[in-house]
Design a protein around this ligand. Structure first.
Ligand code: 5GP
Ligand code: MN
Length: 336
């Protein structure tokens, strides 16, 4: 774990950069602002360095990230498998951003990538990384993978390749992974990077507006329903949760990203230390879970131990094969 790349890592990166022509950048399933932000930022930077670069994501992004330059060029494995596989086969270099186990891309994409492995870089801020790349830049003390991409680029002296589209993308990742600079992991350095980007022309207000002030009526009503009808609170044991079935999500014609933030709303309650959000998957076979905590309660360990997942100490997620009722039952049992 290091905030700085070693000299030998920089040498490997320089060697890779001299050899690479066509790069595929991957991020994780259910991509969030940092997944898309870090990926598009590196894509723009590599393109400015004269490389061909494309972002491949396992599945759909919330549509409110469409303001990001390059959004329309992203290839989704879930809906455009053939194109994604052609890109993977044709590439001579891979970058893995904002995840550190290949299975976070889903079984099928992960297997295809492994069968067609290329020299690679992994840049990530989650715990317990797998050491599968020639260059592993891994550090849990960074706010976001987007902030790490900035350091990665500066430490390799490609600062001149950072253009406005790359800055918009990195700022998006930093803002979304820190809930607008409020988490303890934010450092003076984070603010310095943002200040540097603002000096170079970054406009922050339109980005906040695009992410947070563009909710559909359905999304707002789903939030209202979830908070007034579905929030379960256990004051004695300091936890709260919301669980939504596929039928309920369909009632509000939900789109990717519509339930983002609900778990934080549950955690925002006075006296609550742990919050969870459960959402049935569309094929009804599993439940996607999100966990958040205040203070020392480690939801990364919790998600790893019981929910086939992981994440950070105060924000983690996982997936349980089974019904919504089973997930709720298990959660209540573990919280006693
Ligand atoms: P969210 O609850 O917003 O989906 O995710 C919170 C954090 O947990 C993110 O850092 C995300 O990468 C991580 N996370 C979410 N779901 C999973 C999962 O199924 N497996 C692992 N390893 N991490 C997850
Ligand atoms: Mn992240």
């Amino acid at each position: 774990m290091a905030r700085h790349l070693s000299d030998s890592q920089k040498q490997t990166i320089a060697k890779h950069l001299a050899l690479m022509h066509k790069v595929v950048i991957f991020s994780h399933q259910s991509p969030d602002g940092d997944a898309v932000g870090s990926s598009l930022a590196l894509m723009h930077i590599l393109q400015n360095a004269g490389k061909q670069a494309v972002v491949v994501l396992p599945d759909a992004l919330p549509s409110y990230y469409a303001y990001l330059e390059g959004f329309e060029s992203i290839v989704y494995y879930s809906t455009d498998k053939e194109k994604a596989e052609l890109e993977i086969v044709a590439a001579d270099h891979f970058c893995f951003l904002d995840f550190n186990h290949l299975d976070r891309m889903g079984t099928s994409l992960s297997a295809f990538v492994q069968a067609n492995m290329k020299p690679s870089w992994m840049i990530d801020h989650h715990q317990q990384p797998t050491d599968i790349s020639e260059v592993l830049f891994s550090d849990v003390t960074f706010t976001s993978t987007s902030e790490m991409v900035y350091h990665f680029v500066i430490q390799n002296n490609w600062g001149s390749c950072i253009n406005l589209p790359a800055m918009n993308a990195m700022y998006t990742g930093i803002v979304t992974d820190t809930a607008s600079f409020r988490f303890p992991v934010v450092t003076a350095e984070t603010h310095k990077i943002v200040a540097e980007m603002m000096e170079r022309g970054l406009k922050h207000a339109p980005i906040h507006q695009a992410i947070y002030d563009t909710q559909t009526e359905n999304r707002l009503r789903l939030t209202g329903y979830a908070l007034s009808e579905k929030l379960v609170v256990n004051h004695a044991n300091h936890y709260a949760y919301i669980a939504l079935s596929e039928e309920e999500l369909l009632r509000f014609q939900h789109q990717p990203g519509d339930t983002e933030g609900l778990v934080n709303q549950a955690l925002s309650m006075q006296g609550i230390q742990i919050a969870a959000f459960f959402r049935q998957t569309s094929d009804l076979t599993a439940v996607k879970c999100s966990f958040r905590s205040k203070g020392d309660w480690d939801v990364n360990v919790f998600a790893r131990s019981h929910w086939n997942g992981g994440g950070h100490r105060n924000a983690a997620g996982g997936k349980l094969v089974g019904s919504l009722e089973e997930a709720i039952h298990l959660f209540n049992e573990l919280m006693q």
